[in-house]
Design a protein around this ligand. Structure first.
Ligand code: SF4
Length: 213
């Protein structure tokens, strides 16, 4: 069972206030914490940063409707982790098989920048999400903030586990953590992250899964 916060989670005052602003401006949008989405039997957990304004915050499904979802879902299809056409809508019928997606921070932060306190406050929900995915062998963290929160959620220590694209981190128990640059519009437009670089991370995740079978 996934561990999701309530729709009116009150724990981060700044994000609660921003949620109220978005609800007034866009009453037909999701405008609430984003639930975990994917296969309850997933071997792969993907940890993103936080919902985007026009992506998950609007649609209610992680990475759905914004630029970052294009490369992510294309890659999940390529590796057999997604089925059905991605139409950037939560009712497009696409499903995940073997994978689940969760945000390190479940609510929309202003300028896409959660504060350290907000990241810390939301971490129990990340821990709960990972605990609710008992078959996970590999966690892919998208970007440095997701990496940092995933390290702590998995019981690791940050000075020892430095972020780097393609870096792997092992802890006394639990899944392997694999880092990737975030598949954001900025990173893909500037060439910080290319499609081959992103696919290489998922190819490695598959290899790690097969090595632990
Ligand atoms: S970011 Fe997480 S902890 Fe903070 S209000 Fe949203 S759901 Fe609650």
């Amino acid at each position: 069972m996934f561990h999701d916060p309530p729709a009116d989670c009150p724990l981060c005052p700044r994000l609660v206030a921003f949620r109220a602003v978005q609800r007034a401006a866009h009453p037909d949008w999701h405008n609430a914490p984003i639930p975990v989405w994917g296969d309850p039997a997933a071997w792969l957990a993907i940890v993103g940063l936080a919902p985007g304004l026009n992506g998950a915050n609007r649609t209610g499904r992680p990475f759905t409707g914004d630029h970052a979802g294009i490369l992510l879902f294309q890659t999940l299809h390529r590796f057999g982790l997604a089925q059905g056409e991605y139409l950037a809508r939560p009712d497009d019928g696409m499903t995940l098989s073997g994978a689940a997606i969760v945000n390190a921070v479940r609510c929309l932060p202003p300028q896409n920048k959660p504060t350290p306190e907000e990241i810390r406050t939301c971490r129990p929900f990340l821990e709960g999400a990972l605990a609710g995915l008992p078959s996970v062998r590999v966690v892919v963290a998208l970007g440095q903030i997701a990496h940092q929160s995933a390290v702590k959620a998995l019981g690791g220590r940050l000075p020892k586990a430095k972020f780097g694209h393609g870096a792997e981190h092992r802890f006394p128990s639990g899944p392997v953590l694999l880092d990737s640059y975030h598949c954001s519009r900025y990173n893909t437009n500037t060439g910080v992250l290319t499609q081959p670089m992103f696919e290489a991370v998922f190819a490695r995740a598959v290899a790690l899964r097969d090595a632990t079978l």
